[in-house]
Design a protein. Sequence first.
Length: 259
Amino acid sequence: MEDLIQLEGKNIVVMGVANERSIAWGVAESLYKAGAKVIYTYRLDRSREKLEKLLEKYNYPAEMIVRCDVNSDESISQAFTEIGEKVGTIHGLVHSVAFANADDLKGDFIDTSRDGYAFAQDTSAYSLVAAAKAARPYLAEDASILTMSYLGAVRALPGYNVMGIAKASLEACVRYLTFDLGKDGVRINAISAGPIRTLAAKGVPGFNDIMKMIEEKAPLKRNVTKEDVGNMSIAMLSNLSRGVTGEVIYVDSGYNIVG
């Protein structure tokens, strides 16, 4: 039987695992099931410690665990140089990184601070551009890059505020990066996932109400899981989607189509 996925033994970099609830962790679990070699990045020492405990809990091997501060070009460059020098070729990159100051997610969007706006953009959107640039010398000709977005990028959702603007920028970055990366045969896409109880979700006001609304109004009448996102990620990172680039794929039980 032909292996349509063809991810076994491939080197995939996963950025953004904070804990067991992280969307990035859901992607990593699916990658393990597909036989991929997973490389992780982390920012803080405590993040590495949590990741190592998580890997030990599930008996998953890490090809590499590399420090990478997405707010530093030097750190990003060093991380991907270290990865590239060890594994040689990167077949996929999963960017699941987003952050905004808590104060900028409260109250009215018009009160967003200048520094807070810039920080959200830098961490949540520009980090994709910087990571793609640093990874580019090591990317396979048929490599795939995947990032994570949310409906707040295209709809004005109460409480999402500055993060919605950052996600809109992220999706635009995906579209513009297609021209540069496409020259090398590299694809880049985004998954817009429905609300999932992640660490980042704690900072969104009214999150429980959002999840309840999904259950009531989405065509599938349920919220999605990190496993749902992980499985779609396999399709987007594999040869199954070799003709797809610059797209935003919704994994949200169909909620985005509801009027």
